[in-house]
Design a protein around this ligand. Structure first.
Ligand code: ARG
Length: 564
């Protein structure tokens, strides 16, 4: 259930009753628990406009709001804030709905089709940590949109075209026998091919020949090239499978798949007068950018931007997307700003279509430098993922005596969960400091803390045996706040989806788990002497909390464990 839109409506009605047209009816969360649950701060700006006293408007409005039984308390504070506290009856009545498999979250009435472009590595090179961030953030957003009811199309826009492929194919051909070993490290493969290219005139000629042949559609060359891509994709798939992200071959829509449309795109942009020739190249100029967007080089070659324009056209016209999210490194923001503007000019996406660059910052090591191996190379994602699981195993083994299969299972859920959670729990637009110790800590806003909280509640519920699902009796401040938090999952997910901000979900989960722990310390559940109705009520709160945690973590692609 969404609470905020409901409050907006109530405020709207209250304004009607006092014959005032508000500028906004949006409420925000109370900044401190003493102020209640929500705040309405619109009276100040309104008073300024109407040239009256804000407290007067606030008081009149509060008088109306008081009549609604959804509120326990409506209070005017300071210069004209309205503090709103929801009634325990309202919270209690709605709480049983949160026990269903959607944790009480509504599905959209008007779903839209959303394309999420994420991961999108380049085939010639090792997948790097930037792709890890894209993969984790993108998969979470896709899960989130899907959960809320949108129709999501996951697109892995892999980079599989360009002149470097001539060299790679030549090298691939030379080494076909032991290709598996060679390809296990794409970075090395690329380096080795480059070395060969620099050393052997013959090899270099062959490479150049292959570029030309490949681009003109030579069958033999295409065959080698696709074998190379297939092999490289297998490596990516290994990463996706280990991470448990929902990308597979059906999501791959490669750069090269747009090749046939690129000449049309240029012609179209020229015909519409959007692209101009400059020093032999075809460019699009923008009022507010220094650099033009080049869509065709002087030698006739197409570029990254040309493919992206074709991809927008495809996503909007063929796939019917109403929202397209590009989960890509912040350093590409100018590229996307220009590509989006160009696509709008050409009519590939009208204003009703949302085109969003979901930018994220760099991954840094604990000393704040770009994340690299000790000798300055690219960290292999597979190694990083395996290390996360290994470290999780150490942490778990230190605290418990699990072994064998059970330990493996827990370590995997905790290790992968931690890797994802650490990335998702900071504002994606910031650079992200990768710190094993912090990531695998039991304290603080971590996957492990959440997984422990879930396992703990689970063990309480198990110990309690069966109990009746019913409206809880909210008897104190902590129970009030816990119930409100549980019921705010829907609002939180809506906001996270609208702004494409996964860290709203992790913050919510952390606050929820922390509130639960405080509630549980003060309000015993299984202790002897707790009256049956109180016990049942608290068990209901516990179960609803666990359900919200499981749902939230599920969207983040993190497994819960019945026990740790
Ligand atoms: N392959 C690109 C890179 O590694 C990312 C592609 C992102 N998606 C896009 N439609 N441009 O930088």
């Amino acid at each position: 259930m969404q609470i905020k839109p409901k409050l907006n409506n109530i405020i709207q009605e209250a304004f009607k009753a006092i014959n005032i047209t508000p500028k906004t009816t949006q409420v925000s969360d109370a900044t401190k628990p003493e102020f209640g649950d929500y705040q309405y701060n619109g009276a100040m700006a309104l008073a300024k406009e109407l040239k009256t006293n804000p407290r007067e408007i606030a008081s009149k409005l509060a008088e109306q709001l008081q009549k609604n039984s959804i509120f326990q308390k409506v209070e005017v504070a300071g210069p004209g804030f309205i503090n709103l506290t929801l009634s325990n009856e309202f919270l209690a009545k709605n709480l049983p709905n949160t026990l269903n498999e959607r944790a009480g979250v509504q599905e959209k009435e008007n779903p839209i089709r959303v394309v999420v472009d994420y991961s999108s590595p380049n085939m010639a090179k090792q997948m790097h940590v930037g792709h890890l961030r894209s993969t984790i953030i993108g998969d979470t957003l896709a899960n989130l949109f899907e959960f809320l009811g949108d129709e999501v199309i996951r697109q892995n826009h892999i980079g599989d075209w360009g002149t470097q492929f001539g060299m790679l194919i030549a090298y691939f051909e030379e080494n076909q026998k032991d290709i598996d070993a060679k390809l296990s490290d794409l970075e090395e493969f690329y380096k080795a091919a480059k070395k060969r290219f620099d050393e052997s005139e013959e090899f270099a000629d062959k490479s150049r020949e292959y570029v030309v042949k490949l681009q003109s559609g030579d069958e033999g060359c295409l065959k080698l090239w696709s074998a190379f891509i297939e092999k490289s994709l297998e490596h990516c798939q290994e990463v996706y499978d280990k991470l448990g992200v929902k990308l597979d071959n059906s999501c791959v829509k490669s750069e090269s798949s747009y090749n046939d449309d690129l000449a049309n795109i240029i012609a179209d942009f020229e015909a519409k007068g959007i692209a101009k020739e400059s020093q032999g190249a075809k460019c699009i100029f923008f009022e507010n950018s220094k650099n033009p967007l080049i869509i065709q080089k002087a030698d006739g070659g197409f570029l990254y931007a040309t493919t992206d324009l074709a991809a927008i056209k495809y996503r909007v016209k063929e796939l019917g997307a109403k929202r397209v999210c590009y989960v890509v490194d912040a350093r590409q923001s100018e590229h996307f700003r220009q590509v989006f503007e160009a696509a709008r000019k050409a009519g590939y996406a009208d204003e009703s279509i949302l085109l969003e660059h979901i930018a994220f910052g760099m991954m840094l090591d604990i000393s704040g430098r770009p994340f690299k191996t000790r000798d300055g190379g690219t960290v292999k994602l597979i190694d990083l993922i395996d290390e996360a699981v290994k470290r999780a195993k150490e942490v778990i083994s230190r605290a418990n005596d699990y072994s064998g299969e059970e330990l493996e299972k827990i370590a995997k859920a905790v290790g992968i969960g931690s890797l994802k959670y650490a990335d998702l729990s900071i504002n994606r637009t910031s650079d992200y400091i990768f710190d094993w110790n912090k990531m695998l800590s039991l304290e603080g806003n971590t996957a492990l803390y959440m997984q422990y909280a879930y396992a703990r509640i689970n063990s309480i519920l198990k110990k309690a045996g069966g109990f009746e699902e019913s409206e809880p009796i909210l008897s104190d401040e902590l129970e009030h706040r816990l119930a409100l938090k549980i019921l705010s999952l829907d609002d939180t997910l809506q906001k996270a989806s609208k702004e494409a901000m996964p860290h709203y979900i992790t913050s919510y989960l952390y606050e929820l788990a922390t509130l639960f722990m405080r509630f549980y310390e003060n309000n015993p559940i299984l202790k002897e002497g707790v009256p049956k109705n109180i016990k049942t009520s608290r068990l209901n709160l516990a179960k609803a909390t666990a359900n919200a945690i499981k749902t939230g973590l599920g969207i983040l692609g993190i497994e819960v464990l019945d026990r740790i």
